[in-house]
Design a protein around this ligand. Structure first.
Ligand code: 5GP
Ligand code: MN
Length: 338
């Protein structure tokens, strides 16, 4: 993987100059966000750097086995400690997001921090706030990018089993288990090297996926029952209300991946999953081929992401949000017919 030389040199000098480093990621950290943060932390730790991972809010239990997890600071629960660390850091590394607006309550502290900024991310349309920006929307995951950057910096020796496990996790989850079109020969070459470092795919897959509680499966069942299909638009919509979530004792991460079920139905190329959390409607979009859900989420639901995977927020009721979505479907008919 060839990374632009100016990016490699820029990253090299930022990292060489920094002793105290903070790594952050986006609100609602997922496998790629946590895997890249803890994987990179371990790589830097071995080089004698002091690295603190600060994330905006809590993340699912099935991600809590990675090395360094016990030292992660959750901003939402520890404003003061986190703000103090951020004030005294030389370098802040932004992983798996490219707009300060995706950092939740951390936004103001990050915006006013004096530290330099290294951004590593694979989402569309990055904002202009980085000192050094390594952005590549063709990459499967931020974990894959961290791997390639480490290689470009000559740091293969610092990728041990623990960091490889973290990086593999994000590649696996962000590619939907190596299924999405973002999975390339380069991705598989990175994965091959991570396996040479000791990663056992069966072990990671089991840690991430074989963790269902009975309640989570019941919630999935409710969600599937609720699925509405629009064959003329090759689309599916699923939703869970706050009372559904309550009924099955919703835990962070329980609805992760539900949106993908809409796409498993024959003939469907776009799937939306809506859930009522914190008095707002959180939306997840997935698509196949040219159906651009990044644009849909950006234009209408204050969100964004990738062409085939995006998220957004709606401040009106569930019913109104679903009505709005349905009203938008005809507009996307041409795209859906491709
Ligand atoms: P998910 O549906 O898994 O929450 O998110 C899918 C993709 O869209 C992820 O890459 C995520 O970072 C991005 N995403 C999710 N929610 C939002 C949002 O509210 N705004 C933006 N800009 N991106 C989002
Ligand atoms: Mn990602």
């Amino acid at each position: 993987m060839k990374i632009d030389e100016s990016i490699v040199q820029g990253a090299q000098s930022l990292l060489a100059d920094a002793q105290n480093i903070v790594i952050t990621n986006h609100v609602g950290p997922d496998g790629d966000a946590m895997g890249s943060a803890l994987g990179l932390k371990e790589i830097l730790r071995q080089q004698g750097k002091k690295v603190t991972v600060i994330v905006p809010n809590i993340y699912p239990k099935f991600l809590k086995w990675m090395k360094g997890d016990d030292e992660v600071i959750i901003f939402e629960d520890n404003h003061e400690v986190a703000s103090e660390v951020l004030k005294n850091t030389d370098l802040i590394i932004y992983l798996d997001y490219n707009s300060l607006s995706r950092s939740g309550d951390m936004r103001d502290v990050l915006a006013s921090a004096a530290a330099k900024r290294l951004v590593i991310d694979h989402h569309q349309q990055p904002d202009d706030f980085a000192t050094v920006l390594y952005s590549d929307t063709n990459m499967s995951s931020t974990c894959e990018m961290v791997f390639h950057l480490a290689q470009a910096l000559g740091w293969d020796e610092y990728i041990n089993k623990e960091s490889a496990d973290c990086l593999y996790t994000g590649i696996m989850t962000d590619t939907g288990n190596f299924r999405f079109s973002s999975t390339t020969p380069t991705t598989h070459r990175a994965v091959a090297r991570l396996m040479e470092k000791g990663v056992l795919p069966q072990e990671i897959a089991s840690s991430i996926y074989d963790t269902n509680s009975r309640n989570r499966l019941k919630l999935l069942s409710r969600c599937l029952e609720r699925m509405e299909v629009f064959p003329q638009y090759q689309s599916a919509i699923m939703s869970l209300s706050a009372s559904d979530l309550d009924e099955f004792d919703y835990q962070k991460g329980d609805t992760e991946g539900f949106v993908n079920y809409g796409l498993t139905m024959e003939g469907t190329i776009m799937s939306v999953f809506l859930s009522e959390k914190d008095n707002r409607i959180k939306m997840s979009f997935r698509s196949k081929g040219d159906f651009n859900v990044n644009q849909l989420a950006r234009d209408h639901f204050n969100g964004g992401g990738h062409i085939n995977a995006a998220g957004g927020i709606s401040e009106v009721s569930m019913e109104e949000t679903i009505e709005k979505l349905k009203a938008l479907l005809p507009q996307y008919e041409e795209l859906a017919k491709k």
